[in-house]
Design a protein. Structure first.
Length: 500
């Protein structure tokens, strides 16, 4: 009964004319940037963050969330028609989706991707509504030690599960935390890591870091890229899948939804991991695995469902615990902070219209995605012909204008350019920026909760292992590190034996 009252409140917020417009704009823009390879939700949300200063909290979050899960949907269109994933999470869809298109079955592939996305999106939203409130109630009972251990687990899991080595991931998270601690210490009033610069007294603005690290660095990295795209000839016809297609797809859709829903809740596991895991499961369960890679519709249904389910359930730890499960979720937390809202379980109790309005808007957004995308397939494919040299100057200009208008400071623009250069160096060193932004966001909160725990326990470090939940979080973090370190040691040992 209480859930129905909350949902009634949510739909009353989401169905207001302005919020419907924000939802429509979000999913439309999300699909657009999902279709265009190289311009992902990270870049887009980082560019639009300054605009959220002038929006109401509900409208800002509804629009940014629409961009996020809209991009997860849009990436499948180019994966199927052009063999070029608009999003990394759609890379698996290329394997069988493009082969279906080459066989003249692009329509059913797009339709099954749409059906899987909608089913997964709706299930993911239901899980947010069901799991969010009880998880938030548990989180309200967390003390400083539990929060400190939870944030440490989130940072380690994000570092352990990104592409590359554990050392690089941990190093990025540590660097992000150092940058996040720059400014005046709240307790002592002493400047830290400011190097005598008055402009850093309040630390680096989140908008500056996000815009520089993602938007600016993406522009720098793609300045010398020339990419020729060969769009599949012929028009997409017969979008309706056959009865055989539906029969072959419904189980992979359900399995992919389950895989994505579970992995989406875990910090550090992205949509890409969910889609690859779903593809591996479908190939393992298939009666004839040799069909995969040659146009098996299960290779589209499962990964696309997993991709979109993970995109939805990413919101569960973000909204209920204040722990972002990905770099994009960290940007959404930053948007909440810009609105003066402290992320965490208190969002549901102090701002119920925001939480439930966002949940209700996800159902509306998933319906809008189907209505918008299938009839506009031709338009999205035409957009692929837009040269990057036209897009990136526009992104740069809008980013600079947005950064400057936040504090009316040209110093912020210079800092954004500096972070753009830092982000480019990270790319060249094959270092993922996601742990950096998570460290930047969680580092100050980790320090604050550590200090609070030490004050409450009178300096006794055993409080982190005597509190049951804190001990569990630390054990999970340690297990993740062991799981990553052992394969690295074994690999080096095998190499030494081979060379010897």
């Amino acid at each position: 009964m209480e859930l129905l009252q909350h949902l009634s409140l949510g739909f009353s917020v989401a169905l207001s004319p302005m919020n419907l417009l924000y939802c429509f704009a979000g999913v439309l823009l999300g699909t657009f940037i999902g279709v265009l390879p190289g311009v992902g939700p990270l870049v887009t949300i980082s560019v639009l963050l300054p605009l959220t200063y002038g929006l109401p909290p509900e409208g800002a979050m509804i629009m940014l969330a629409g961009i996020y899960y809209g991009a997860a949907y849009g990436g499948s269109t180019t994966a199927i028609l052009v063999n070029l994933p608009g999003e990394s999470s759609s890379a698996v869809t290329c394997i069988d989706g493009y082969q279906m298109a080459r066989q003249g079955r692009a329509g059913p592939a797009l339709a099954i991707a749409a059906i899987g996305s909608v089913v997964a999106g709706c299930v993911g939203t239901v899980l947010i509504a069901l799991i969010g409130p009880p998880l938030g109630e548990v989180a309200l009972k967390f003390g400083a030690a539990e929060y400190c251990s939870l944030m440490l687990m989130a940072l380690i899991s994000a570092s352990a599960l990104v592409r590359g080595s554990l050392v690089k991931g941990m190093g990025m998270a540590f660097c992000g935390a150092i940058f996040g601690l720059a400014g005046t210490d709240v307790n002592s009033g002493i400047d830290r890591f400011t190097f005598g610069m008055n402009g850093l007294a309040e630390g680096f603005d989140f908008v500056v870091v996000a815009s520089g690290l993602f938007a600016f660095s993406e522009i720098i990295a793609n300045l010398g890229v020339t990419q020729h795209r060969e769009v599949l000839p012929g028009q997409v016809k017969n979008l309706m899948p056959s009865r055989e297609d539906l029969k072959a797809s419904w189980k992979p859709i359900l399995r992919g939804t389950g895989i994505g829903a579970i992995l989406g809740v875990l910090p550090g596991t992205g949509q890409t991991i969910a889609s690859f895991a779903s593809y591996a499961v479908e190939r393992k369960l298939a009666a004839d695995p040799s069909r995969f890679g040659k146009g098996a519709i299960e290779g589209v249904a499962g990964p696309e469902s997993a991709n979109n389910a993970a995109a939805q359930t990413h919101f569960i730890p973000t909204l209920t615990l204040g722990i972002p499960s990905s770099a994009t979720m960290a940007l959404l937390l930053g948007a909440l902070m810009i609105q003066g809202i402290t992320p965490g379980p208190q969002v549901m109790t102090q701002h119920p219209q925001l939480f439930w309005g966002l949940v209700a808007s996800m159902w509306i957004g998933n319906v809008l995605l189907v209505i918008l995308n299938l009839p506009l397939v031709g338009v999205w494919v035409t957009l692929l012909k837009v040269p990057y040299r036209w897009l990136y100057p526009l992104i740069l200009v809008f980013s600079c204008i947005g950064i400057y208008t936040v504090n009316m400071s040209s110093t912020d623009v210079a800092f954004a350019a500096l972070f753009g250069l830092i982000g480019y160096i990270f790319l060249k060193l094959d270092c993922e920026p996601a742990p950096f932004i998570l460290g930047f966001l969680l580092g100050p909160m980790l320090e604050e909760n550590f200090r609070r725990a030490m004050l409450q326990s009178h300096g006794d470090l055993s409080v982190f292992v005597t509190a049951p939940l804190s001990a569990i979080f630390l054990a999970v973090a340690f297990a993740l590190m062991v799981m990553m370190i052992f394969p690295m040691i074994r690999k080096r040992k095998d190499q030494a034996v081979t060379e010897g």
